[in-house]
Design a protein around this ligand. Structure first.
Ligand code: ZN
Length: 183
């Protein structure tokens, strides 16, 4: 990491976080939280780059062009943070807005023929798309009728229990409950 400025470190962080995050998220079904976290990070990065200058080659050399890009990033940054927070709160519009902003930013990178690479924005955009898909699925899945405890017949929803717990128990009588995941 020697010789890297904070801007480069931030970019490395934005690159590494989605990869690690997607692996963890895929295991735990937490893709929405990861996308929201990356969204906040990307929003902060945009504001930081706009105010203090990006890494070498990130902002155009031309002064007036650089000023336009910086102004756009100042709008994009807060918009991403707002969208990320909404995404974290399971709001579908937040995730859609993240994808839209990311795609627009990707297109602008294409136009600018950015030297800072295409892999990072592509990965981040993919992450936001996965978050939209996850939120849509959660919304579309009809809430199944409750199952009943085999011991005391208290109703329960398997989805109300954390999926990473080895076993789940009845809240009324503490008897072990079947998850019936294979519906
Ligand atoms: Zn029970």
């Amino acid at each position: 990491m020697l010789g890297l400025g904070w801007q480069e470190l931030l970019i490395v962080l934005i690159l590494v976080t989605p990869i690690v995050g997607v692996i963890l998220a895929a295991k735990r079904g937490k893709i929405v939280s990861v996308a929201a976290g990356v969204g906040v990070l990307q929003g902060l990065a945009n504001i930081g780059f706009a105010l203090f200058g990006g890494p070498l080659g990130f902002l155009p050399q031309d002064q007036s062009e650089a000023a336009i890009v910086a102004a756009l990033m100042l709008v994009q940054g807060p918009a991403m943070i707002v969208s990320a927070v909404a995404t974290y709160r399971q709001k579908l519009w937040g995730a859609y807005l993240l994808v839209t902003i990311a795609v627009v930013a990707d297109l602008m990178l294409l136009v600018e023929r950015a030297k800072s690479g295409w892999l990072i924005p592509l990965l981040v955009t993919l992450l936001y798309v996965l978050a939209v898909r996850s939120l849509r699925r959660a919304r579309e899945a009809p809430k199944a009728p409750p199952l009943t405890c085999p011991e005391c017949s208290a109703p329960y929803h398997p989805v109300d229990y954390r999926s990473d717990l080895p076993a789940i128990y009845c809240s009324a009588c503490k008897a072990p409950l079947p998850r019936n995941e294979a519906v």
